[in-house]
Design a protein around this ligand. Structure first.
Ligand code: PA5
Length: 460
């Protein structure tokens, strides 16, 4: 199992800036027990948006995804994922972490005949144009993912791609498309039915940012050879562990309570996610979305205006030691920093003993592995010296099983802290508002009035 170390947020280590966790765990144990029990009881209730808690048990989807991946094996050189936010970030983070580094630069043999993978999760015209110039669309499988089926970014990309593919492949272009969307509603579903695309379903009551273990994430991951059975095994073992209602044994509940108390009692409302692994860089992006969209809310469940917001920040160790750590050590003491560490990297890189200069000769004969671990240790201790709370999550190594545990733990921790804040962690009215404004500005039917109003505001 992955490990969670909270020693460096305690008052024993960082004094008055820290928490008396023994006391806090006792005081909050009943509330935590109630939250975990309720989440588990409510998970099948329609409209509770908790179906993500069941994704580890969806054997049928896993079977269909594997069948599809086996069916198209060897047919495509590229997988292109079109999606944004929760429809892209999970698979992007997991594939980046789990595939060999620089995957898209490897030749076919090095990739064991598996396709390259690209994520178009932005609408930068230069990027889209450049990607279209490098991809052979005849050899590209496009996985268009949108739960609503109408998100402007994703559907505009799809329209560009569909047009090009139709031109190139005639009616056969359909064989190069797989759509992941709602089972009934939305324009993409309608299109898929009319045009006969292969489809997968975004299950009901699973929000975008909690959808990584549904077909949304599993399809692209399986297409590039990632072992989705191991992912499922990781979710299940973590789900079982996190059903424990005793806060002393539940790491998601501990981390939720720590962040909650740090925010509400110690003024530390910024949550920095800092993996010490380039492969896990996008894990911080995924976490950032999960934390931000789930917890940044204007109102609590009773309708009181609270403008809740424990803001997430992404960082990368060791790179950001040279960019952000100065601020974390000496700036405002308003952050909780989470390190993600690896007990073992896949490879060991030795540093040759080639220079005599005293400033660098101490490095020779050691490994890069030792150096990155020393840097993480040094940063951790320095933060404690400056009385800055920090947490460490340790994975034995990067693989499907441990990453699934990590992601599921973060999802559960987000659900629990949402309950502590007494907010709805599963809606995103702030995102919807900007989506609607975009529709208005782009002339979508039914949005005429807000278009006029917006144009006035933009020109004033
Ligand atoms: O987490 C969320 O709900 C959002 O980030 C959505 O995933 C994002 O807005 C994309 O929505 P859709 O899948 O409907 O295109």
């Amino acid at each position: 199992m992955i490990k969670f170390d909270y020693k460096n947020v305690t008052d024993e280590v960082i004094g008055a800036e820290g928490l008396n966790l023994c006391h806090a765990f006792d005081v909050w144990s009943d509330k935590i027990q109630e939250i975990i029990t309720n989440l588990n009881m409510k998970k099948d209730k329609p409209g509770a948006w908790l179906q993500w808690m069941n994704l580890g048990y969806n054997e049928e989807t896993v079977w269909y995804v594997k069948e599809f991946a086996a069916m198209v094996e060897g047919r495509f050189d590229n997988v292109l994922v079109l999606g944004i936010g929760g429809s892209a970030l999970g698979a992007k983070a997991l594939s980046e972490a789990l595939l060999k580094p620089y995957w898209n630069f490897l030749d076919k043999e090095q990739r064991e005949n598996l396709p390259r993978i690209f994520f178009l999760d932005n609408i930068d015209p230069d990027e889209i144009d450049a990607l279209l110039n490098i991809l052979d669309l005849k050899k590209t499988l496009v996985n268009v993912i949108t739960k609503s089926g109408s998100t402007a970014e994703t559907m505009s990309q799809f329209m560009v791609l569909k047009d090009k593919m139709h031109e190139l492949l005639g009616d056969d272009y359909r064989k190069n498309i797989v759509a992941t969307t709602d089972k009934q509603s939305g324009i993409l579903r309608q299109l898929a039915n009319e045009e006969g695309y292969k489809t997968f379903v975004v299950p009901d009551d699973v929000g975008g940012r909690f959808s990584v273990f549904s077909a949304v994430g599993l399809v692209p991951l399986a297409l590039v050879g990632i072992d989705i059975d191991e992912i499922i095994r990781g979710i299940k073992i973590m789900d079982l562990a996190l059903k424990n209602t005793d806060i002393k044994k539940n790491i998601a509940a501990q981390n939720a309570l720590i962040h909650y108390l740090m925010d509400t009692e110690k003024g530390k409302y910024l949550s920095v996610m800092m993996p010490y692994s380039s492969r896990m860089k996008y894990v911080a992006d995924w976490y950032t979305q999960l934390w931000a969209e789930s917890l940044g809310k204007e109102f609590d469940r009773e309708g009181n205006k609270i403008n809740n917001g424990p803001t997430p920040i992404k960082a990368l160790g060791a790179t950001d030691q040279h960019s952000q750590i100065q601020l974390y050590n000496e700036g405002k003491n308003d952050k909780v920093i989470t390190f993600i560490r690896l007990e073992e990297y896949d490879k060991t890189v030795e540093i040759p003993n080639i220079f005599e200069y005293t400033g660098v000769n101490y490095l020779g004969g050691k490994s890069i592995n030792r150096l990155i671990n020393a840097e993480a240790d040094a940063t951790k201790v320095a933060l404690c010296d400056f009385k800055r709370p920090n947490l460490t999550i340790t994975l034995p190594k990067i693989n499907e099983y441990y990453l699934a545990q990590l992601f599921y733990m973060f999802e559960m921790q987000t659900a629990i802290i949402g309950e502590l804040y007494n907010i709805d962690a599963f809606n995103q009215p702030g995102v919807e508002q900007a989506k609607n404004y975009t529709y208005a500005l782009m002339g979508r039917l039914g949005y005429e009035e807000s278009a006029q109003e917006l144009t006035k505001k933009l020109n004033s």
